[in-house]
Design a protein. Structure first.
Lengths: 554, 1032
């Protein structure tokens, strides 16, 4: 008995005395993927997906700002302040958020880039990552100007990265693309179908790399003709996209608006009642040239209680059905004034001042049913396609390159090919057939031919025509529309008259004009103050909407 | 302890006699279970239920009578057959033996640091269901932030200031030697949420023998990695040696009524711009506004189209109930030859003031010692509770917040209109939520309480088995296995038909937590002439694990109406997940005590911790302490006057820590919850904070100096101390440039210091056989300064410290005290005049509007006893903090605040205000007149937080009890009843001083580090009831 009791004591003590053993993998979370077992290809997919923008930035920097600045869309109910160029830190900085967090495209692409570099087995994957990294950073620098680039997305070494000048970023990006396209070779990347754009096909990436190179080269026409020309020539020689089947795009089959699986621009359009409508300027531009694409871009959406019917989340998980398509006919399309107006009756900004119909209270209450919003078979389809770089854009840029004497050839031929491609491109929207049958009853090619016959290329208006086509073809990618408008100056857009009345952000010294860049998020001025300060010091107007990015010289 | 107390006196062999007597306390009541021992021998007995003893001793012997809480007396027998003994209560400072870190018992006089003991009966009368809240005002330097959340809520107890910039600031809780997890199970933040309670509400006040508060690092250094915030040691009641079987029954019943702090305008009713609603549309548009017409009792139209009299309605009265709390506890305790035991059971039930809400709690407690063998005993302690609660309301943000849905109803809106169909659950005929306006986030309170459900079940077992081997009278060895664990099942259902969530949603999870500690301790105590030497050596292995199993985290939609189960949610909408957090800490520790002539004591301790949470190259940390105690009155006894009983100086210096968290050193990834074109993507899973492989634990060092003084036979006692505590290497998610890929990175960079003093005086202005008056007053001051937060901005926002409204955030600012409230001021010119635009105020710069931490805390208790009557009263107070009141912001916006009456009259209900100030455009005095609604809404729209920051100072009458203990003589008629007392008790009875209109200054959105923010809190309740105690 006594032995038993001492044994009991001893066993308790033994438990206590077992001492300081090795902790093993106690500090490894058994329920989470970690650095040792994460498939980096999936991380790369996240970068590919998020670099295009999610509804987070597409709503804010994309639609509230870029779309309203470039006057393709306008929101009278929700976002009139921003049509008067008022600044919001969160909205201006929302694309910047692609740097970190779950979106973290810049970080995730850089992680894969660093991980795969120097690994012979991952040669194609690495070169794809190089192209991808350039694409993502080019969007960022085009919006903000000087940005962290060489040190960005590398938190272990650079918690407070320096801002590289846009000039150096562009030179680096162009060289990087040239090198990547040369090293891509042929075959399929290890990541295979995790590559959301081309399923790992090296040849397609090569064409995309060169088409992107042409885009970035042509960005420089105002500041560095020599480099612009050098890389335009290279891009052409290396091999560009040659048909719509080469388009760089991301499909969203099965996308729903309840998460990030949907097409982001479409998700915004399917999101709220009476949010964004086509502007009268955009509608008139299309109608004025009898452009049948208007039936693919706009629709008079069906209404419910006087409002647009947008309730597709609880409907079919984010799929429009035919009764949601609305009236897509050419004649019915109508745009809203986009001069900085609102729908508040007593307000100095009241839209009734310029569109008398709004002075009728019944009309005002139900105005949503009379105006065009983005077409639900195409740009407002959450299961639709995001176009990243298109064959049509490439042809338009080549037309301009010829016009500028960078390359030889026929500007008209490139232009015509671009228009034709732009018309044909709609078939790449998965649910566009109803709209296509309205827009192109005799087929896209016939419609394009008729359109070109009625609106032939005119070399004296080459830049305007080319870039107007670019503006139309890039609808749905507001960042690219804003960049190409700043680069080319076309289409000519008048600043919102109400911005002058408001004067909150746009001032006399800026001519109350349309903003030229986005402000850095305030957090950078606080957290990364030194590097931020250096970058701001390089800008003539400081960190404002009215400083210009390097390539956007006056 | 036995070894310390035992004196090896020479036994006198002489003729034996039988001595009998009764041991009584100061009031003449018998002391049951007191030990009566022949001094210097092992011959001893214990008093029975009547306080009587009988012992055979030599006639020249001395009797040593001892009992917990009383001074040990030595009485010479001198041949008497009857020796009555009157015990005197022990004075803390002088002779008491106290429980210190790791359960080591030491003489109070030898301690070189500050510690305060609170007796269990201080928690049983005017009780708070949360023991943490019940500490309020009782201990100098212990700041309690009680959030009025009923028995379901949590407490925030902070000792000697906040020593971590962003980590845990609450002390370690230990119950009978077992570390007790007091994590908050969830709290509200900027976007709402509920206070899900903490662990302390699982402890029944009737089971508490005492609570020992170890305030500083010197006292808690032996807890090493988690001693940095002090420790609170809870000792449960146990049986006493020789005590016969006794049964203790306690019944506590209180009624909880709303302490209504509202003081808003009742002159203008529901509506906008001075208009009384006369149409359904106007009634709906004005639902949550009191900018309407003058309340003249005329006919108005409500949202249902019904006509009603336009007059003020008190919706709180029409909606809230009287809360009822009952607590019944029964305990059986006693002893036999080899066992002392106590078994307690209690049942606690609260019907909340919120309709349909309440708690049930059933608990068992035991503390039993069994002497297995002569020198070997087993001690079993266990505390088991199961509780169920339902109907918790959201706090903070209005959506889901029952109180918010009542607060801002237009003044003439009768909430009972929203009862809806006959069940009164706030539904329309089709079962959907009936709302009174157009804002789907302004809920129907009946829907929230009856349809939207919120249930939590918890089982908790905290217990230990300790084997103690008394090797000799001066050496013992003990080993223990200790476990604290609980299991929570939580389920929240928003049924189909909610106005804001028509498809409904479900959150359901099970949480499993447990911590196991295995430890041993070898303890040595011996005296060598003038010297006493004590030493101990021990070790501990700790394993801590938390798992969550979510069947659904906000999954939706429900398919079939009425079945609120995860099985009724489409597979793609279920959102299940699991989380698993675990860590280990291994420790070795030792102490060395040296005493000289029972006057001077040196105590040195050391503990080394090894952390699983840190890199193996970098995971060992040492925490030493050294304290010195000098009873100078003993040294200068002859020079001091008689009335100067006792004086002690103490000095301490120690290092401790605050622990680390699991998984902060490694990169994690996660699969995104969606696919893109059918392809799975993955990204970081470190909450956007870059991990740090080289993390160290937080380092806290503290110096303290103090003094105990006692005069006039302990009728006047002082305890005072000063401390200086510095935290370095605090682990912060330091803001990094988002361009790095992460918004923050974990770094050992935070530094903060706290210093302050504590003062306590305890006295008996009157003390005689029939009447005594005890008065205890304590006050403490804390000042803090943030020294480093590691980012360019010199400030870091406090997690969860952003207000839902008013654009206010709580920051840690370098060079400033802990928790600064920062928000917009009014835009003014250099003369301080308002700069107006179109007659409306504008926001100026963001500034520090105040500090959220109280500088001064304290309490004052007075206890009057006359024969069997007892009156006790506790006032507590806090001064020197500010509060941003989101409720008052909303009351401005909705035209309910009294200030919004400015400009409004019965004949001009829309009001007109020509604000005093300068028109910014013209530079001249403002001449633009605006309506009252436009003016006050402009204050809110511009988020001028300055308007809503108030002093949070208060003085409250926290506890009051008046009781009568029936004397023995009266009870003799009742036969088996050995004791009976009845008390009238009250809690939170009177707020004597406050500066916050419409709200309780203690109201807060949560009990986290984000102090200083208030919005839509539960109404505070005032509890009044009875406490009945019967002993058999």
């Amino acid at each position: 008995m006594k032995t038993y009791k001492y044994l009991a004591l001893a066993s308790v003590l033994a438990l206590g005395l077992a001492g300081c053993s090795d902790f093993g993998d106690t500090n490894v979370n058994p329920e989470s993927i970690n650095e040792d077992n994460v498939p980096y290809a999936m991380v790369f997919s996240n970068a590919q997906h998020q670099a295009l923008g999610s509804d987070w930035d597409m709503w804010r920097t994309g639609c509230i700002y870029c779309e309203q600045f470039t006057q393709q869309l306008v929101s009278l109910d929700w976002w009139p302040y921003y049509t008067r160029y008022e600044w919001s830190d969160g909205y201006s900085g929302s694309y910047w958020d692609v740097f970190d967090g779950d979106r973290g495209a810049m970080r995730d692409v850089t992680t894969c880039y660093d991980k795969w570099a120097g690994n012979a087995d991952m040669k194609i994957d690495y070169n794809i990552a190089r192209v991808m990294r350039v694409y993502a950073f080019s969007k960022m620098t085009d919006l903000y100007g000087d940005i962290p680039y060489s040190q960005a997305g590398r938190p272990a070494k650079y918690p407070y990265p320096v801002y590289d000048t846009q000039e150096s970023i562009y030179k680096s990006m162009l060289a990087e693309l040239d090198s990547a396209q040369a090293n891509l070779g042929s075959g399929t990347a290890k990541m295979g179908n995790q590559d959301l754009y081309y399923n790992g096909d090296a040849a397609s990436w090569k064409k995309f790399a060169n088409s992107l190179m042409l885009r970035l080269a042509m960005r420089l026409v105002k500041v560095d003709q020599a480099t612009a020309k050098e890389y335009a020539v290279k891009a052409l020689a290396n091999g560009l996209m040659t048909s719509n089947s080469d388009n760089c795009k991301l499909a969203h089959a099965g996308g729903t608006t309840s998460n990030d699986s949907s097409e982001p621009f479409a998700k915004i359009q399917a999101h709220e009642d009476r949010e964004f409508y086509l502007t009268d300027g955009f509608v008139n531009m299309l109608k004025g040239t009898n452009d049948p694409r208007i039936s693919l871009i706009g629709t008079i959406a069906p209404s419910k209680d006087g409002k647009q019917y947008t309730d597709i989340q609880s409907n079919t998980g984010g799929v429009w059905t035919s009764h949601d398509y609305g009236d897509m006919t050419f004649a019915s399309q109508k745009g809203l004034p986009s001069g900085g107006y609102n729908i508040v009756e007593n307000s100095q900004y009241f839209v009734g001042k310029v569109d008398k119909a709004f002075n009728d209270s019944a009309y005002l209450a139900n105005y949503g049913r009379y105006y065009s919003s983005p077409n639900r078979c195409t740009y407002a389809d959450p299961t639709g396609t995001t176009f990243i770089v298109t064959y049509a854009q490439t042809e338009f840029l080549l037309a301009e390159a010829v016009y500028r004497g960078y390359i030889s050839g026929s500007a008209k031929a490139y232009y015509d090919a671009g228009v034709k491609a732009a018309f044909e491109q709609y078939s790449q929207f998965p649910n566009a057939s109803s709209a296509i049958s309205v827009a192109f009853p005799d087929g896209a090619d016939a419609a394009a031919a008729a359109y070109l016959a009625a609106n032939p290329f005119d070399n004296s208006k080459a830049l305007e025509q080319i870039n107007t086509q670019y503006y139309i073809n890039s609808f749905g990618d507001p960042y690219e529309v804003f960049s190409n408008w700043r680069r080319s100056g076309y289409p000519v857009l008048a600043p919102a008259p109400m911005a002058k009345l408001d004067g909150e952000c746009a001032t006399a010294s800026d001519g109350y004009s349309i903003p030229r860049r986005f402000r850095y998020p305030t957090s950078e001025s606080q957290v990364n103050a030194t590097n931020y300060g250096t970058a701001v010091g390089r800008m003539t107007n400081g960190d404002t909407f009215y400083s210009r990015v390097w390539w956007d010289a006056k | 302890m036995v070894a310390v107390c035992m004196l090896f006196a020479t036994t006198i062999f002489a003729q034996g006699i039988t001595v009998k007597g009764t041991v009584t306390d100061a009031s003449g009541e018998p002391v049951i279970g007191a030990t009566v021992k022949q001094q210097g021998s092992t011959n001893g007995v214990v008093t029975n239920v009547d306080g009587n003893y009988s012992i055979d001793v030599p006639s020249a012997a001395k009797l040593e009578i001892s009992y917990v809480g009383f001074k040990t007396q030595v009485v010479p027998v001198r041949g008497r057959a009857s020796v009555p003994v009157k015990m005197q209560e022990e004075s803390t400072a002088i002779d008491e033996v106290v429980v210190t870190a790791l359960g080591i018992k030491r003489q109070a006089r030898s301690l070189g640091y500050s510690t305060t003991k609170v007796d269990g009966d201080e928690f049983t009368m005017a009780r708070d269901p949360n023991i943490g809240n019940a500490l309020s005002g009782k201990v100098a330097g212990v700041s309690v932030a009680g959030n009025a959340t009923g028995s379901m809520g949590s407490s925030r107890v902070v000792i000697r200031g906040n020593s971590s910039i962003s980590g845990n600031n609450q002390p370690l809780y230990v119950i009978d030697g077992v570390p007790f997890d007091n994590s908050n199970q969830g709290s509200a933040g900027q976007w709402g949420g509920s206070d899900m309670g903490d662990g302390l509400s699982n402890i029944n006040a009737d089971d508490i023998e005492s609570i020992q508060v170890l305030k500083g690092a010197a006292a808690s250094a032996l807890y090493g990695f988690r001693g940095g915030n002090g420790a609170i040691l809870i000792t449960t009641k146990s049986g006493h040696k020789g005590q016969p079987v006794s049964v203790d029954v306690n019944e506590n019943l209180t009624f909880n009524n709303i302490y209504d702090y509202r003081d808003w305008q009742k002159e203008f009713g529901l509506g906008l711009e001075g208009q009384k609603p006369t149409s359904i549309n106007a009634a709906k548009a004005g639902e949550s506004n009191s900018w309407g017409g003058y309340l003249d009792g005329s006919d108005a139209t409500n949202f249902l189209g019904n006509t009603y009299k336009y007059s003020y309605i008190n919706n709180w009265k029409n909606f809230y109930n009287t809360g009822v709390t009952t607590n019944t506890s029964v305990a059986v305790s006693g002893s036999d030859k080899d066992i002392t035991y106590r078994l307690g059971v209690y049942y606690n039930k609260e019907k909340s003031i919120l309709p349909g809400a309440g708690t049930h709690q059933l608990g068992f407690n035991t503390n039993t010692t069994y002497k297995i063998f002569k020198n070997l005993s087993a001690i079993v302690t266990a505390n088991y509770t199961e509780d169920k609660s339902n109907g918790r309301s959201n706090l903070s943000d209005g959506n889901g917040n029952t109180n918010a849905s009542l607060l801002y109803r237009g003044n003439s809106f009768d909430v009972r209109w929203l009862k809806g169909t006959s069940a009164g659950w706030g539904t329309n005929a089709d079962g959907s939520e009936m709302i009174g306006g157009t804002n789907v986030y302004f809920n129907n309170p009946y829907w929230l309480q009856y349809r939207k459900t919120n249930d939590m079940d918890r089982n908790r077992l905290t217990g230990s088995l300790t084997m103690k081997w008394d090797i000799t009278s001066w050496l013992y060895l003990q080993g223990a296995v200790q476990r604290d664990g609980y299991n929570i099942e939580f389920r929240q259902v928003q049924p189909k038909g909610a106005a804001a969530d028509p498809s409904g949603w479900l959150t359901e999870y099970e949480k499993n937590f447990h911590e196991t500690n295995y430890n041993f301790l070898l303890n040595f105590n011996k005296e060598f002439g003038d010297w006493s030497v004590g030493a101990s050596f021990g070790g501990n292995k700790m394993y801590n694990e938390t798992k969550y199993f979510y069947t659904s985290n906000g999954g939706r939609p429900f398919t079939i109406d009425g079945l609120w189960s995860v099985n009724n949610i489409t597979a793609s909408g279920q959102k299940p997940y699991k989380s698993f957090v675990r860590y280990r800490v291994n420790s070795l520790y030792g102490t060395f005590d040296l005493g000289w002539k029972n006057q001077v004591f040196l105590n040195v301790t050391g503990r080394n911790d090894w952390f699983s949470t840190l890199s193996p190259d970098n995971n060992s940390y040492f925490y030493p302490s050294a304290t010195l105690s000098w009873v100078f009155t003993d040294s200068f006894r002859k020079a001091l006057p008689n009335w100067f009983d006792f004086g002690k100086l103490r000095l301490g210096y120690a290092f401790a820590s605050n622990g680390t968290s699991a998984y902060q050193t490694l990169m994690y990834y996660k699969l995104n919850s969606f696919t893109v074109n059918g392809v799975q993507t993955a990204t970081q899973n470190n909450d956007n904070s870059y991990p740090n492989a080289d993390l160290k634990p937080v380092h806290i060092s503290e110096f303290e100096v103090g003094m105990n003084l006692s005069f006039f036979q302990s009728r006047l006692n002082f305890d005072m101390d000063y401390y200086y505590k510095k935290t370095t290497d605090d682990i912060l998610p330091v803001s990094t440039s988002s361009a790095s890929g992460y918004g923050s990175a974990y770094m050992n960079i935070g530094e903060i210091r706290n210093s302050g003093f504590e003062f306590m005086v305890d006295g008996y202005p009157i003390r005689n056989n029939n009447f005594s008056w005890n008065s205890t007053f304590n006050i403490a001051n804390n000042s803090s300064k943030v020294l480093n937060v590691g980012s360019d901005t010199k400030r870091i926002s406090v997690s969860g410290g952003s207000s839902r409204n008013g654009n206010v955030t709580v920051y840690q600012v370098v060079g400033m005290p802990y928790a600064e409230i920062i928000g917009n001021t009014y835009k003014r010119n250099s003369n301080g005049e308002l700069l107006l635009k179109n007659g409306l105020p504008q926001a100026g710069d963001q500034k520090v509007l105040g500090n959220a931490v109280y500088k001064w805390t304290g309490g004052w208790r007075n206890t009057l006893s006359y024969k069997g009557f007892n009156l006790s009263m506790l006032l507590d107070f806090k001064f020197g903090a500010k509060l941003f009141s989101g409720t008052n912001y909303e009351l401005y916006y909705y035209g309910m605040h009294k200030n919004t009456l400015t400009g409004r009259t019965a004949s001009n209900p829309a009001g007109s205000i020509t604000a005093a100030g300068i028109d910014e455009a013209t530079g001249k005095a403002n001449t633009v007149t605006v309506t009252s609604q436009d003016y006050y809404r402009a204050v809110c729209d511009a988020n001028i937080a300055e308007e809503f920051v108030y002093s949070a100072d208060f003085i409250k009458l926290r506890e009051l009890s008046f009781g009568y203990t029936f004397p023995k003589s009266m009870l003799s008629h009742l036969g088996f009843v050995k004791g009976l007392s009845l008390s009238l008790v009250g809690r939170n009875l009177w707020t004597i001083l406050k500066h916050t209109p419409n709200i309780d200054p203690e109201s807060a959105i949560n009990n986290s580090n984000a102090q200083g923010l208030e919005l839509n809190g539960y109404p505070t309740t005032r509890s009044v009831g009875f406490n009945l105690n019967i002993k058999f």
